[in-house]
Design a protein around this ligand. Sequence first.
Ligand code: OGA
Ligand code: NI
Length: 368
Amino acid sequence: MDLKVENGCIKEDKGLGWGKSLPVQSVQEIVRNGYQSVPERYIQEIKDRPSSISSESLQASLQIPIIDFSLLAKGDEHETRKLDLACKEWGFFQIRNHGVQVKILQKMKAAMAAFFELPLMEKKKFAMGANDLEGYGQAYVVSEEQKLDWCDLVALKTLPLEQRNLNFWPLNLPGFKEAVEEYSIEVQKVAEEINANLSILMGMERDGLKRYQGELKQLMRMNYYPPCSSPDLVVGVSPHSDGGSLTVLLQDDDIIGLQIKHKGEWIPVKPIPNALVVNIGDAIEIMSNGVYKSIEHRAITNEKKARISAAAFAYVDDELEIGPLDSMVDDPHRPPMYKKIKYIDYIRQVLARKMDGKALTDLVKIQT
Ligand code: OGA
Ligand code: NI
């Protein structure tokens, strides 16, 4: 085990972690220092640039399912059906009445804003280590040549409480720890209730997924997308699907950024004040034998305003072998579509590449 001294604090280098990301400049700092034109490394190839939203895409945006979580939690059949369809056809939905108090959402947003407002030197105290993706920095930078996202982030392991590495937490920032802790616990309850509903929909008891997946862990990725003078040239986060089981996203109430791929088109997910966005991750796609979809998504930037979001990834233990659940396999009508793979091996492959759309679940897909 290597010990590394960085900015005066000792960081443990835990050897082979999930993966690594090459250090690159803070985008927020580029913006703070002023720039004449967008630096070359951030200018996307023409095919990858966000085009303006068509009226069809805006129309489709209105169809993204909105689920009343309080009904779901009561076992309302109509709402459960809606969840089923949302996961099959969209892989994304918004939830209202999720039970997380507005005060907790606001505190979380304020804590993130306060963190990114800190001077660079202060934030660098929490910089990612060489072999891991936890901490402050930019994710998924795997080569010196690749195009870069217009985004800074801080990723923290939030749950279970004992897996937190508090040396990455800005403990001297008033209210930060409390806000993130409180929000992460609340949002995990939401993820667990959705899993219970998915378990029933997948032909198991309410605790079916819990038994299979074990206690879910949580990684919180807090994204800061600075304003960009040419939002048509850059992307905030490149197209990818999420590698975990479920993601719950807290996004800005006013600024549109998130887009999802639906029937070949990029569709914006318009914020609903105080709602949460939920999406199916690769692990559930694999476990559901492809019935529930982990959809490609990206974020675009805004010309005038910074946008902040928090993605809470609920994921399984590294050592768990994931594969299609028995209840979702019915030979020969619905044979297994994915190979079994140890989760850590899956996630290392995910993180070793630049985010590249849906290429990853394809790696474990059984070719027919
Ligand atoms: C992510 C993500 C989207 C957003 O962090 O995985 O997809 O709108 N974020 O910030
Ligand atoms: Ni994502």
